[in-house]
Design a protein around this ligand. Structure first.
Ligand code: SAH
Length: 393
């Protein structure tokens, strides 16, 4: 049934609409968890940040590593080909990506994988994406490289919709979008941090009056933290990791997860919002800004290990790409490049690998089926692999 209130919501501006929707929910149901706020802010079907727009690139709100340089996707392509060999070169196998953005990473990966034609002909591509605008961009990006042969792509809403079979799974900057809960240590115990409405009509953080009945949810490393400490629980990320690990326990395969985050569970508020390549207030423009949180790789590791799969890493993005041979790749690309392109290649290399840029904050985690050889570039003796000098064209 459409109420008068719904009609006024539909008529109002997009930002206003989500704001009013959230205000109504809080008005009716009381303060909302950070996880519910994030889920609506990002994925409300009509007004959520990711419901329709393409947030990537210079004209958007943020730039991801595959958009910085073709080297990122190419070297992941090399990693995938080697991993596929470790799996016994299954034909067919599922090559899947969670949240592929513009499919730039996948296009570069497939182009680099030309070195192993068997890989390309065996790959069945499956993408997990909710955003229709990005799905259309993914379709276009991948049809541009159709010269590689018939690339059949299928889209799904959720990881668990992927078909059965051997699996290689990639996720770059996907886990940071998954809703987190926050808890504050009070004299009463761990209480959930929630979002309420201000007297003036804006949103504000509050702390729920009742503590958690049990501390089980709080990682043991931080359970004894001082009063006032805040801890984040990536419940959705851990649930997804459990699903991925369960799958890899039964179907041979490997997952590669790259994201910004921390190696050890720790206290601290990492909830952040970004708009136009700058930080923004988390609460002031829901639906118009990208709201994310740092990934707790320790929690992901624990969730995967509980399913008895092999977990490697996390290691830093800088170490991973260095071990995969990014310096040699940059040199080889620079050989045929103009002076301007050479500068771009050098600055992309720095952006991806330097510790004060993406090199240290971003981490790489691999989850493998039991018994698979160690993942490429993630052990002490990993070797880089040289690619040809082809470019994106
Ligand atoms: N991996 C890409 C894009 C990262 S942005 C890159 O590195 O460039 C996050 C991506 O995940 C977008 O494609 C977004 O639409 C998608 N996404 C975010 N949350 C999602 C969810 N819950 N289910 C499916 N896709 C999601």
């Amino acid at each position: 049934m459409t109420t008068a209130q719904d009609v006024s919501v539909k008529r109002s501006s997009k930002a206003g609409s989500l704001r009013r929707y959230l205000e109504r929910v809080i008005h009716n149901e009381g303060p909302m968890s950070v996880a519910d706020f994030m889920a609506s802010a990002l994925h409300h079907p009509l007004y959520g940040y990711y419901s329709k727009r393409d947030p990537l690139g210079r004209g958007g709100d943020f730039t991801t590593a595959p958009e910085v340089s073709q080297m990122f996707g190419e070297l992941i392509g090399v990693w995938c080909v080697q991993s596929w060999r470790h799996m016994g070169a299954p034909d067919p196998f599922i090559l899947a990506e969670l949240g592929p953005g513009r499919a730039t990473l996948l296009a570069d990966l497939l182009r680099a994988a030309k070195v192993e034609p068997g890989f390309l002909s065996a790959a069945r591509i499956h993408l997990v994406e909710l955003n229709d605008t990005l799905k259309e961009k993914q379709r276009r990006t991948l049809s541009d490289i159709a010269a590689l042969g018939d690339i059949n792509v299928e889209w799904h809403d959720h990881f668990h919709d992927l078909p059965a079979g051997p699996l290689l799974l990639i996720a770059n900057e996907f886990f940071d979008c998954l809703p987190i809960r926050q808890f504050v240590r009070t004299a009463r115990g761990w209480c959930e941090r929630c979002i309420d409405i201000n007297r003036e009509g804006g949103f504000r953080f509050v702390v729920a009056p009742d503590p958690l009945a049990s501390d089980r949810l709080i990682p043991s490393a931080v359970r004894g933290a001082a009063q006032g400490s805040l801890v984040e629980i990536g419940a959705a990320a851990m649930a997804l990791m459990t699903d991925i690990a369960l799958r890899l326990r039964h179907d041979p395969g490997r997952a590669l997860i790259i994201d910004y985050g921390h190696q050890q569970s720790a206290v601290g508020d990492t909830l952040q919002a970004v708009k136009n390549h700058a930080y923004h207030d988390v609460l002031s423009d829901p639906g118009e800004v990208d709201v994310t949180a740092h990934v707790d790789f320790d929690a992901l590791r624990r969730a995967a290990l509980a399913q008895h799969v092999t977990v490697t890493g996390p290691i830093s993005q800088g170490d991973f790409f260095t071990a995969l041979g990014i310096h040699a790749r940059a040199e080889s690309l620079a050989k045929n490049a103009t002076a301007l392109e050479k500068t771009d290649i050098a600055s992309a290399l720095k952006r991806l690998c330097a510790p004060d840029q993406m090199g240290a904050l971003f981490k790489v985690l691999a989850i493998s089926s039991p018994g698979l050889a160690a993942p490429p570039a993630m052990g002490a003796h990993s070797q880089g692999v040289l690619l040809g000098t082809h470019d994106r064209s």
